[in-house]
Design a protein around this ligand. Structure first.
Ligand code: LLP
Length: 409
């Protein structure tokens, strides 16, 4: 992202040009940024047997999956559908791990048929899987009693979480796997999403490593995803090198005591794709109430639900007028028929945002829209899903067509 002549450019193409060519609203991803983020994380962890399992739920566009497959990345899939898409994008089944939750027998059967390792998060589900596929290998998801995340909905460790088997239930796990002669080759946790303070992540690592000592046949330990990126201007990038160093040290020490060099897995979603993505939209309306000045755009929470769902902050730029010193206090509203369809929100509801002066017809760019943007989008109000564009240098290409009216039937 850069500014040239007062206009926002994504790689070497202006946002205005993209809208002119492909229509509005539009999801745009910068290809190099995705690769840069993948390598940043990979290079930060010096432990040699490290594998990155991209959490596909953040963004399952086939072309983005292909890009990551070319980098040597693996996949964390949450559904048979994500397995299907990953296979379609070229991932080998040995490089896909299924971490479902409340998985159905059909989900498990799909994994068995496709030779996909499953990561199981309850004793009852070990029983179900054991009956379907006795004498096989599995991975176990542990709840380490530690959780972290940008919002309560995104904390997946601790007593309020539906995920994983509590770390103190090891003897029950052993009993269940013995019954079906299952071999536990992996142990996993994922404590939450949007973590910028790494202390909880490292604490949870200790709990998982201590549980791992109880299992003799491990081939890997998977510490999940959750690595955050800054959304608010005052938030800082996570110190990824230091974080990588701390992970490497803890893991190397563990392996020395365990007597075997295990694989170290991480499952980032947001960290890889969030900052590469932009939701572009046109300003189509302006109005005021006694309390707020509203500006209306031609997208809504059907296309990016994070502000309405979690009160999340997303930076907004006026891509048509980047350098203006003139500012106004605005509430940015979408075109869905609900009052909560506002992009400028905090956890208590809508808020004013000081933004560069706007006029109808300007293009807004909503930042950090690459993760949990399109993948959480819906057809609410029967509006069509936007197109997705991948840009490299001055070449934008369509990686998903805008839906047609017929697609809605
Ligand atoms: N591994 C597992 C098992 C997960 O459930 C998740 C995310 C990840 C990895 C990747 O987490 P990440 O690195 O992206 O933080 N919709 C929410 C985020 C939900 C995350 C769900 N699980 C949001 O927009 O913030």
């Amino acid at each position: 992202m850069k500014t040239i002549n007062n206009k926002l450019f994504l790689c070497d193409v202006s946002a205005e040009e993209l809208i002119k060519k492909f229509g509005s609203p539009l999801y745009v991803y910068e290809e190099d940024k995705i690769i840069e983020q993948y390598n940043k994380l990979k290079n930060a962890i010096k432990y040699p047997k490290t594998k990155i399992y991209y959490a596909a739920k953040a963004n399952t566009n086939i072309e983005i999956l292909k890009l990551l497959n070319n980098q040597g990345c693996c996949i964390d899939a949450v559904s048979p559908e994500e397995i299907f898409l990953s296979k379609y994008a070229g991932f080998e089944t040995k490089n896909i791990l299924f971490t479902g939750n409340n998985a159905t027998p059909e989900d498990f059967k799909y994994c068995i048929k496709n030779n996909i390792l499953v990561n199981i998060g309850s004793i009852a589900q070990i029983e179900i899987y054991g009956k379907l596929n006795p004498n096989s290998k599995i991975s176990i998801r542990i709840n380490p009693d530690v959780g972290a995340g940008h919002h309560d909905h995104c904390i997946t460790g601790g007593p309020n979480s539906k995920f994983g088997i509590y770390f103190d239930k090891i003897s029950e796990i052993k009993k269940a796997v013995e019954k079906y002669n299952l071999k536990i080759i992996g142990i996993h946790q994922h404590i939450g999403s949007g973590i910028l303070d790494t202390s909880k992540f490292l604490l949870a690592m200790d709990v998982l490593l201590s549980a791992a000592k109880e299992f003799d046949d491990l081939e890997f330990i998977d510490f999940g995803g959750g690595i955050g990126v800054p959304y608010r201007p005052e938030e800082k990038q996570l110190a990824i090198k230091e974080f990588g160093k701390a992970i490497t040290e803890k893991f190397s020490n563990f392996c020395q005591n365990y007597g075997k060099e295990l694989y170290l897995y991480l499952e980032p979603g947001r960290f890889i794709v969030a900052e590469a993505g932009f939701l572009l939209a046109r300003i189509v309306n302006k109005k005021s109430t006694p309390k707020h000045n509203f500006v209306g755009i031609d997208t809504g929470f059907n296309h990016l639900i994070r502000p309405a769902m979690y009160g999340c902050y997303h930076s907004i730029l006026n891509a048509s007028n980047m350098n203006t010193k003139e500012k106004e206090k605005l509430v940015v509203a979408g075109n869905v028929c609900e009052s909560g369809d506002v992009f400028t929100q905090n956890e208590d509801g809508i808020e004013d945002r000081v933004l560069p002066k706007t006029q109808i017809g300007d293009i807004f760019a909503i930042l950090n829209a690459g993760a949990y943007g399109f993948s959480m989008a819906s057809n609410y109000n029967s509006r069509r899903l936007p197109a997705e564009i991948l840009v490299k240098n001055s070449n934008p290409r369509i990686i998903r067509k805008r839906q047609t009216f017929e697609d809605l039937i």
